[in-house]
Design a protein around this ligand. Structure first.
Ligand SMILES: [Zn+2]
Length: 279
């Protein structure tokens, strides 16, 4: 694991890519948030992380060797985007990403000057980055594909060593699975996640993640069939009996996302907070 604040060159790539681990480890951030610095002369920074003095001075130091053109964010959770505003102001870099949805826990300070969308390409001279809309974890999630290296920066869409939490009502399980499947058509060489290490078998990771979600969904349906009508508090203990106790509050959010998907598909029904399989 890299040391917080020290840029680490990753992947066998011609375009230099450095991972800079933030000093913000925790239950939801794992070892901390990864920022990524791309390029030699024209630089792009992906996910500046928290807006702490320590983080900002680290990133400003790392960016001294070139011209910072773009500060990109994968989404506006507070462990990914709050540093963007100060960095853009200090360097003149342009902000790239989608504005925060109006829900709790989002960084409303992130205000890009223009509307970005999936398919947009950032031209940085020696390299190009494509924006890929990947809603699911949250609605405004974007992955960034370094086209010359087939390296995908996945934010919280795909994590290393753990599975992302889906946070309804803004996060959406149907969208999440669709976003994962849309990546199956892509020729990818590496995945660089928002938390954890570089992954070098992208399609295997994506397939496993889809399988994991579908297995969990099947388990939820199986539990509902055997338990009858239950509340989410009761259901989570059965459907997530493999999850550590301290993570149960987060499991409840993802369980809710699964239930909303099944409700939309007319497979389950919700009677005032009591869930059952539709007969
Ligand atoms: Zn997130």
């Amino acid at each position: 694991m890299p040391e917080p604040g020290l840029p680490l060159r990753i992947g066998y790539t011609a375009v230099p890519v450095h991972q800079i681990l933030g000093n913000n480890p925790g239950p939801m951030t794992g070892p901390g948030t990864n920022s990524y610095l791309l390029g030699e002369e024209q630089l792009v920074l992906i996910d500046p992380g928290p807006a702490s003095d320590e983080q900002l001075s680290t990133l400003m130091r790392c960016c001294e060797r070139g011209q910072l053109r773009y500060v990109c964010v994968t989404h506006t959770h507070r462990d990914h985007s709050p540093g963007a505003k100060a960095l853009a102001e200090a360097t003149g870099a342009e902000l790239v990403g989608l504005a925060a949805p109006e829900v709790a826990g989002q960084d409303q300070s992130f205000q890009p000057a223009r509307m970005w969308e999936g398919g947009d390409i950032l031209d940085c001279g020696d390299f190009h980055l494509e924006l890929i809309a990947t809603p699911g974890h949250v609605s405004n999630h974007i992955c960034y594909l370094l086209l010359e290296e087939k390296l995908l920066f996945t934010g919280d869409h795909i994590l290393q060593g753990t599975t992302p939490v889906i946070l309804p009502p803004d996060g959406d399980m149907s969208d999440y699975l669709k976003s994962l499947r849309s990546l199956q058509d892509r020729d990818l060489r590496y995945l660089a996640p928002g938390h954890g290490r570089l992954m070098d078998r992208p399609q295997e990771e994506i397939r496993q993640l889809i399988d994991h979600r579908l297995k969990r969904e099947a388990k939820i349906r199986g539990c509902l069939e055997s338990l009858g009508a239950v509340t989410i508090d009761e259901l989570v203990l059965a459907a997530y009996d493999d999850v550590a106790e301290h993570l149960i509050p987060w499991a409840k959010k993802t369980l809710t996302a699964h239930l909303i998907k099944l409700l939309k598909e007319d497979i389950v029904c919700d009677r005032g907070g009591t869930w059952s399989v539709k007969t």
